[in-house]
Design a protein around this ligand. Structure first.
Ligand code: G3H
Ligand code: 13P
Ligand code: ZN
Length: 312
């Protein structure tokens, strides 16, 4: 199977009450860990590349690694998606490079400007058979070099979504309902609670339309502890409760973005490895268990959180 768009995936996810996992990829081991789990669990998958990842690996390597995954995993549908495209030019460049889906994130701009930029991307993307995710509302946290403080974040306003989707022609919409980027999403000791009332209102206004959740890592405490036990310092790292993501996946949420959890699994595993094997220096030795733990983490997400195992 060649790379696909998310159109069919989202339709099946919406009707089937599950979500597709959108995992960020930065290197070969991450691509392999994710796609090996998806192949074994027969799950559709979205591999997403941020502007920062593209700058880190350069514009060719990640595309070619995802194409390698398509060859290695012919049984499952794979989307190559640009995460948080910041401009028409970045989106165009990814479309020209063979991405099948792009996100234009103009959510920090005023409403009318967000519509204008998103519309321009949609026109170019649709002319090239590529789908577009847009965003309304502002998540807290760090993405690429933009750091949105908790005070500057705001929930999506349901009264804006119909006009936004109608005027832009976007194919899916990311909304802000209390998730945030990074490993520090909620204050320790508080009770994390997503705004399901906003999700419900949005989906009533956009029946059948795929909704996306960013900032949806759950920050597994076993990996936070592993990092802290082996020289790291991540006190108070807290994520979105997995039960709430499972609930969202049963509703209109068709795409759930996970990046930080993969980073924690990789970093924790490597830190522990170095502690236990101070004389080792072959990268294959420490990247192998890191890749294996990413694979098991992704398997858990597919089966227990997203509900998309067996849906390929
Ligand atoms: O939402 C942001 C993603 O976690 C990507 O992060 O910009 O550091 O690659 P990055
Ligand atoms: P996390 O930081 O919660 O993994 O969010 C990832 C994300 O939204 C990528 O766009
Ligand atoms: Zn995001």
């Amino acid at each position: 199977m060649a790379l696909v768009t998310s159109t069919e995936m989202f339709k099946k996810a919406y009707d089937g009450g599950y979500a597709v996992g959108a995992f960020n990829v930065n290197n070969m081991e991450i691509v392999q860990g994710i796609t090996e789990a998806c192949r074994e669990e027969k799950a559709p998958v979205i591999l997403q590349v941020s502007k920062g990842a593209r700058a880190y690996a350069n514009r060719t390597y990640l595309v070619k690694m995802v194409e390698a995954a398509v060859i290695e995993c012919p049984e499952i549908p794979i989307v190559l998606h640009l995460d948080h495209g910041d401009s028409f030019e970045t989106c165009k460049s990814c479309i020209d490079d063979g991405f099948t889906s792009v996100m234009i994130d103009a959510s920090s701009k005023p409403f009318a400007e967000n519509i204008e930029i998103t519309k321009q991307v949609v026109e170019y993307a649709h002319d090239h058979g590529v789908v577009v995710e847009a965003e309304l509302g502002a998540l807290a946290g760090v993405e690429d070099d933009v750091n949105v403080s908790a005070e500057n974040s705001h929930y999506t306003r349901p009264e804006e979504v119909e006009e936004f989707v109608a005027k832009t022609g976007c194919d899916s919409l990311a909304i802000a309902i209390g998730t945030s980027h990074g490993a520090y999403k909620f204050k320790p000791g508080t009770n994390p609670q997503l705004r399901f009332d906003i999700l419900e209102e949005v989906s009533k206004k956009l029946p059948g339309f795929p909704i996306v959740l960013h900032g949806s890592s759950s920050v597994p405490q076993n990996y936070v502890e592993m990092i802290n036990a082996h020289g790291g310092k991540m006190p108070g790292a807290i994520g979105v409760p997995e039960e709430q993501l499972r609930e969202a996946a049963k509703l209109a949420v068709c795409k759930i973005n996970i990046d930080s959890d993969l980073r924690l699994a990789m970093t924790g595993t490597i830190r522990q490895y170095f502690d236990e094997h101070p004389d080792h220096f072959d990268p294959r030795q420490y990247l192998k268990p890191a890749r294996a733990n990413i694979k098991e983490l992704v398997r858990h997400k597919l089966v227990d959180v997203l509900g998309c195992a067996g849906k390929a």
